[in-house]
Write a protein that binds this ligand. Sequence first.
Ligand SMILES: Cc1ncc(COP(=O)(O)O)c(C=O)c1O
Length: 426
Amino acid sequence: MFDVEKIRAEFPIFKRKVNGNNLVYFDSGATSQKPEAVIEAMNRYYRETNANIHRGVYEMSAESTRLVDEARADVAGFIGGRSEEVIFTRNTSESINLVAYAWGEENISKGDAVVITKLEHHSNMIPWQELCRRKEAELRVVEIDSQGRLVESCEKKIFEENGLKVVIGGWKELLDSKVKMVAFTGQSNVLGTIIPVEETVKTVRKLSPSSVILVDGAQMVPHMSVDVVKQGIDFLAFSGHKMCGPTGVGVLWGRKEILNKMKPFLFGGDMVGEVKLTGATWASLPSKFEAGTPDIAGIVGMGTAVNYLKRIGMDEIQKHEKSLLEYALEKMEGLENEGVVSLYGPKDEMRGGAVAFNVIGVHSHDTAQILDNYGVAVRSGQHCAAPLVESFGVTSMVRATFYLYNTKEEIDYMIRKILEVPKVFI
Ligand SMILES: Cc1ncc(COP(=O)(O)O)c(C=O)c1O
């Protein structure tokens, strides 16, 4: 049974005070808090095992190697992939950059097109902008409606700036045989919009059959069950720190057949087969893409985090977040009707635990600062998604994001404190 109080007790951070108040942490979209199990696993690693992997024949090195192998298998199992297809990176951003370079340099040419969406975090936008500019390829952007949902069809807009041709339209206008990469987020980090992956993949495969599909899973993998095989995708990028794991460890999952054909992204130790003064051959997967010493303790923490989430159950976590979201939206819509806030984002089922808003007449940073005085941590600004935020006619938004350890009482508390915000400015 999902017991939020029991879960909260496993996160030591909730013992602390912020500005004399209990911490209400509504910024898990930026990074999640860590349970004792993850902190302890990393601590134990440094205290009892610490040795480099793959390099020593002695016991502690073999133990370290085994811990990394186990974590890799656990992460692979968590997303329905195979161990050798899991590449440890630093974060989602690095995982996407890896694909944009190692795959993009070889597979995108002049006249090709890359499709992204207007919902993308800068991490899944700028690597493709830069690739398209380098290759004289077209960047196509799927438009959103007034609720922040991707549109099937709309009037096409085309413009060119700084050597990059951008085409904005609906899926129907943008998908064709020129498209070689479709990269989209599983869930918007700002509005919570969920993109149905399986359904989208089917459309892409039909209209752009030679395209490769990458899903930015930074906001998806921490919040719902994922099965890369069932979803039929080619690449999945995500970050450990948003799913109860440590900062410094990300994952790129890729389909073995595609990864095998790609050249390495970084060169150095541990990623080679045979080395001569004139060159080298590459190790097999996943080492080929993991040059140098990885964040071993972080990987151990990441493995522990996925096992922790698995133990609680991703479906249970998603259900809990859904109930928090519905509760928060109902309360926030009340504030909207009273003229206190403007709300952004979908009003349907396809939405994860994120509430984006502005207190009318108050800058988002001011709102966030006032809420912080009461111990409520929310994000404000552009959320690394400037084109998305600006498309709502504002320069910034406040964002509250929920995770497994949040409660309805915390939402009630935030609502009461939001009502304090306009008073400061009267
Ligand atoms: C949807 C999405 N993509 C990518 C990222 C980048 O993640 P990271 O900073 O861990 O690389 C984030 C982080 O907020 C995100 O929300």
